[in-house]
Ligand binder design. Structure first.
Ligand SMILES: [Zn+2]
Length: 84
């Protein structure tokens, strides 16, 4: 889909990187954060990574794929053991 071709119908009429919008006060997102340390300091703020999404939409059949826009940051968090 990122190559501009719909995997369902083969059309090249694909809308790229359309940001997802939410109905509430902010668009849909995911976040992952650092696990709480065993000896948690009195003041402790977990590090975190978060991402919104972009959509790729086929203009011929409506097939849609979603991609995390900050996937690289999410992956860096994953490597550090961050969890949802
Ligand atoms: Zn299609």
């Amino acid at each position: 889909m990122k190559n501009g071709i719909c995997p369902k119908c083969g059309s090249n009429e694909v809308l790229s990187e359309v940001p997802l919008k939410g109905s509430g006060d902010r668009p849909p997102y995911v976040d992952i954060h650092e696990p709480e340390p065993p000896n948690r300091p009195f003041v402790w703020m977990p590090k975190f990574e978060q991402s919104r999404f972009v959509a790729y939409i086929c203009g011929a059949c409506g097939y849609t794929e979603f991609y995390a826009s900050q996937y690289q940051s999410l992956n860096e968090g994953r490597k550090k053991g961050f969890k949802a």
